[in-house]
Write a protein that binds this ligand. Structure first.
Ligand code: STR
Length: 425
């Protein structure tokens, strides 16, 4: 099996009815036609389940407790060279999801002491205390985008994704990392092609190359002329520690820009969608009975921006709850299913409910050494964007029935096609 994703047995059911099986593995639909159904199926299949990702099989973890355990197990690593399917050539650069795993050396792909070395400076730059300094900047960008939105949506529907939920986090992470805003249209095009499973692989590999060229040029420029941003800080040698190499800075920069916007779009849109479809709960928030913080945490649990996180690999056999993850196997973390775990969140885990009596202990930012370093930044962006949006447009409403808001064909992210709203319904 040389190009696993092209084998006939993995042809999609054109009707899109539920998950077909490839052997004993649940086939994850690359076109994301029924995310709710797929999440249910994964959760019901047990804490550890075989899945088929465009022809490559792996384990996925679908429950909170098991994920918590495996995410701190040092026998699972991010180094793709440990993956049996990669060693045997069953997975190659032709596999559509390769760009989610084989991203070069960065804090996203390295473990142990080297991981701490790669991650420390970035993580320190986005602690809750440090991101609080970004508040005025985020408020200013939010205000500007809301003005533009008002204009664009003055007499009809407007897309909240392209006009607000996307440019906000992309602008913030660009200021943080020192990315020139003139590059935004290009970055937008690159990431769109990168994440979509409909992009021909040749084109995907070309945009991955384009991304590398863009960020490498940026790192070289900042090496020559450092500016006041995190990329420059990552380049400058630390007292004591081994300085990062050019490849490592490029890797971290790519990870920060991708993770810093692609996920927060989902957080903002999913929160707006949840509130507009639960008007009684929206009322409680606007009346000040329930905090925006609670809305944000419940959204993160119920409608996670990250659907499946690829991938970790077993350096040894790992036995967990009667299941054997064999040395060389790949392990995915299915965060969407984990957020709906009834053992963790109760029998009504499928309900969006900001009045839950217990604190919401979700895992949507991950757990363990790779836990999202940008969590405080994402929360602050949502904490500023959501109230500002509802404050400015008290009549905000969906411009289409909610069922018409569909997912893009993006397997790993909960990524919406568009989000048409009426500002003054
Ligand atoms: C996109 C492509 C790239 O160049 C670098 C990265 C590394 C970080 C990844 C990112 C990827 C995809 C989205 C991820 C992000 C880390 C957090 C984010 C997986 C592969 C999430 O969705 C959680």
């Amino acid at each position: 099996m040389n190009s696993p994703h092209t084998t006939a047995e993995h042809t999609e059911d054109p009707a899109g009815g539920g998950c077909p099986f490839a052997g004993d593995a649940l086939v994850i639909d690359p076109l994301v036609r029924d995310l709710a159904g797929e999440t249910r199926q994964l959760r019901d299949a047990g804490p550890l389940t075989r899945i088929d990702l465009l022809g490559a099989q792996a384990w996925t973890v679908t429950r909170h407790a098991e994920a918590r355990q495996l995410l701190t197990d040092s026998r699972l690593v991010k180094d793709i060279d440990v993956w049996r399917l990669w060693q045997t050539g069953e997975v190659t650069r032709e596999w559509p999801l390769i760009g989610m795993i084989d991203t070069g050396r960065s804090m996203f792909t390295v473990d142990g002491a080297e991981h701490r070395r790669l991650r420390a400076k970035t993580a320190q730059a986005v602690t809750p205390r440090r991101v609080a300094e970004l508040q005025p900047l985020i408020e200013e960008i939010t205000g500007r985008l809301l003005d533009d939105l008002a204009e664009a949506g003055a007499d009809g529907p407007v897309d909240l994704k392209t006009r607000f939920a996307l440019p906000l986090p992309l602008s913030v992470v660009s200021v943080l990392m020192g990315v020139d805003p003139a590059e935004h249209p290009k970055l937008h095009r690159i990431y769109k092609a990168f994440f979509s499973m409909l992009t021909p692989q040749e084109e995907r590999l070309a945009v991955i190359e384009e991304m590398d060229v863009l960020f490498r040029a940026m790192v070289r420029e900042k090496t020559a002329r450092p500016t006041d941003d995190l990329t420059s800080a990552l380049i400058l040698a630390d007292e004591g520690g081994e300085p990062l190499t050019e490849d490592e800075v490029v890797g971290n920069l790519k990870a920060m820009v991708a993770a810093g916007h692609e996920t927060t779009i989902g957080l903002i849109l999913n929160a707006v969608r949840a509130l507009l479809t639960h008007p009684d709960q929206l009322r409680m928030v606007l009346d000040g009975e329930i905090s925006w913080e609670t809305v944000i945490e419940e959204t993160l649990r119920w409608d996670t921006p990250t659907t499946h996180l690829l991938m970790r690999f077993a350096t040894e056999d790992i036995e967990i709850g009667g299941t054997l993850i064999a040395k060389g196997d790949g392990v995915v973390i299915s965060y969407r299913a984990i957020g709906r775990d009834t053992e963790q969140h109760g029998p009504d885990a499928d309900a969006f409910d900001i009045t839950r009596p217990d604190p919401i202990r979700h895992m949507s930012f991950g757990h363990g050494p790779h836990i999202c370093p940008g969590a405080a930044l994402a929360r602050l962006e949502a904490r500023i964007a959501l109230p500002a949006l509802f404050d400015r447009f008290p009549g905000l409403a969906l411009a289409v029935p909610v069922e018409e808001i569909r997912n893009l064909p993006v397997l790993t992210q909960n990524d919406l096609e568009s989000f048409p709203v009426l500002l003054n319904a």
